[in-house]
Design a protein around this ligand. Structure first.
Ligand SMILES: [Fe+2]
Length: 176
């Protein structure tokens, strides 16, 4: 458990995170872990539905989110901070088709982009340029995720809801 005040240290050692920005990165870690668990849950639902390609795809996404959590953890550590063990947010997941799974992913990734953009403004206003530099990567990750999911939705729409075409799409997802 941390026993020092980051604000006090920030005034002595410029590398330390200010309290406001440490709180932002703490919130980022919760967002990433929440995304990790959401994708695990979506993958489990697809396993249950027999869409094993979608299961594999969402498991992969879940692993990516955990990696993002560790990027946040490492960054906070580099800046002399310590992430406490966060509680993830409670998210109700109701998915019964691949189309709905992609909708969940798009909403999640879009909200994360907005979250990181707000964080960028905060870090920029507070002249924490090391954090803005770190945030470039997170904003890029979100832009690419949104682009990929949008492409998948376009491809899914071409199935015309034909069961055979949806199964083929499921296989395609599993190979991504
Ligand atoms: Fe992420």
């Amino acid at each position: 458990m941390k026993t020092f005040s980051t604000n006090k240290l920030f005034s002595i050692v410029p590398n330390f995170l200010s309290k406001e920005i440490e709180d932002f990165w703490m919130a980022a870690s919760i967002e990433e872990l929440t995304a990790h668990f959401v994708y695990i849950n979506v993958a489990n639902i697809f396993q249950n539905l027999g869409f094993f390609g979608a299961q594999k795809y969402f498991e992969g996404e879940s692993t990516e989110e955990l990696k993002h959590y560790f990027i946040v953890r490492d960054y906070v550590n580099d800046r002399g901070g310590l992430l406490s063990t966060p509680e993830t947010k409670k998210v109700l997941i109701s998915v019964s088709t691949i189309e709905e799974g992609l909708d969940v992913a798009l909403k999640l990734e879009t909200e994360l982009l907005t979250f990181y953009e707000k964080g960028y403004r905060l870090c920029s206003d507070m002249n924490d340029f090391a954090s803005t530099e770190r945030l470039h990567e997170f904003i890029r990750i979100q832009r690419e995720s949104i682009g990929e999911i949008s492409d998948l939705q376009a491809r899914y729409n071409r199935t015309g809801n034909s069961p055979a075409a949806i199964l083929e799409f499921d296989e395609y997802l599993g190979e991504k």
